[in-house]
Design a protein around this ligand. Structure first.
Ligand code: NAP
Ligand code: ZN
Length: 348
């Protein structure tokens, strides 16, 4: 089936309308009419070939929400009309230790929602900046938020799970002091989620203009990270700091804020390396630097249900498809509060 999408033909070209082909739903597949798709900074990294190996044409988008239009004969639990989501994963090997543990995100055979090899045309996956997608039912999430919130649910499928998973893994909760660095799409969800989990939340931003907003999102304190004195006041006090920044920067400034055995969890994925941290900042207090990638399907459903229960959605700016290129430029300037979401009805 031909559908309209928005994609780029080369790394130095803007995104533009293109026609793509979606497979007919197989026995285990769910066919979804996409209502909204969030714009993740990863989309920009990928479409501009900032990471190696982008295949063109490239159709990004892995914060997908919509309605089921058809299901294959083996599919149980989804039917036409259901509100559903698709995040960063559309397939995996389904039989390794990671898949068995519900950690499909760490499966060596994980197939991402765009730019991963697939037997479907054109040979790699094409994402959610499109009218429709067909996905194996294992990787389809149920949306329990009210339909009116659907656009603001979209960013939970990547920004939500990418912050929820490390916050849970490193024990964010009552009695814990948690930092969130970089108040963009991921960071603003990190603040909301850590707050809802009961942690004491400190937001770190380079933008003085985000101070009030970060408090409104649920931060207990805000630190402008360029202010050395404000940073020093928090030395040796954090259990966990989640770093979402999309550009290389000094990690030592945050490492020294951790207590003994504290962890700096990196989720931001800049194209070039951070300057090497000072090893003494790790040795002296048995501190750790770790990474985390999105989350598994079961945990993504848990996160969506947690958000529905706590009334959590993303703060979004809804855009038309013809504003995607402009929104990328604004995202690079940090001019987004806090996630752009495409109204996919404007693709047609
Ligand atoms: P975003 O909306 O652009 O937010 C990034 C934030 O980082 C900015 O708002 C800004 O916050 C801060 N920042 C400080 N200096 C910066 C600089 N020089 N350039 C860019 N940002 C700077 O991006 P996002 O969608 O949240 O994604 C953040 C990063 O996470 C990206 O690298 C993305 O690829 C990655 N990511 C990783 C995973 C994973 O699984 N690990 C999943 C999704 C995305 P302040 O103004 O508050 O300083
Ligand atoms: Zn993403």
């Amino acid at each position: 089936m031909h559908v309209i999408a928005y994609g780029a033909h080369a790394s130095d070209q803007p995104l533009e309308p293109i026609r793509i082909t979606r497979r007919a739903p197989g026995a285990d597949d769910v066919q979804i009419a996409i209502d909204y798709c969030g714009i993740c900074h990863s989309d920009l990294h990928q479409v501009r070939s900032e990471w190696e190996g982008t295949r063109f044409p490239c159709v990004p988008g892995h914060e997908i929400v919509g309605r089921v239009t058809a299901v294959g004969e083996h599919v149980k639990g989804f039917k036409a009309g259901d509100l559903v989501g698709v995040g960063c994963i559309v397939d995996s090997c389904k039989h390794c230790a990671d898949c068995d543990a519900g950690l499909e995100n760490y499966c060596n055979g994980m197939i991402g929602t765009y730019n991963f090899a697939t037997p479907d045309e054109p040979g790699w996956t094409l994402g959610g900046y499109s009218q429709q997608i067909v996905v194996h039912a294992r990787y389809v999430l149920r949306v329990r938020h009210p339909q009116a919130q659907l656009a603001a649910v979209a960013p939970l499928l990547c920004a939500g799970i990418t912050t929820y998973s490390p916050l849970r893994h490193w024990g964010a909760g009552p009695g814990k002091k948690v930092g969130v660095v970089g108040i963009g799409g991921l960071g603003h969800m990190g603040i909301k989620l850590a707050h809802a989990m009961g942690a004491h939340v400190v937001a770190f931003t380079t933008s003085e203009s985000k101070r009030e907003a970060a408090l409104a999102l649920g931060a207990d304190e805000v630190v402008v990270s360029r202010d050395a004195n404000a940073m020093a006041a928090h030395r040796l006090s954090f259990d966990f700091i989640l770093n979402t920044v999309a550009a290389p920067h000094e990690l030592d400034a945050f490492l020294v804020l951790l207590k003994r055995d504290g962890t700096l969890g990196l989720v931001g994925a800049p194209a070039t390396a951070h300057p090497s941290p000072n090893v003494f900042n790790l040795i002296m207090k048995r501190r750790a630097i770790a990474g985390s990638m999105i989350g598994g399907i079961a945990e993504t459903q848990e996160m969506l249900d947690f958000c529905a229960e706590h009334g959590i959605v993303a703060d979004i700016e809804l855009i038309r498809a013809d504003q995607i290129n402009e929104s990328y430029e604004r995202m690079l300037k940090g001019d987004v509060k806090y996630r752009f979401v495409i109204d996919n009805a404007t693709l047609a």
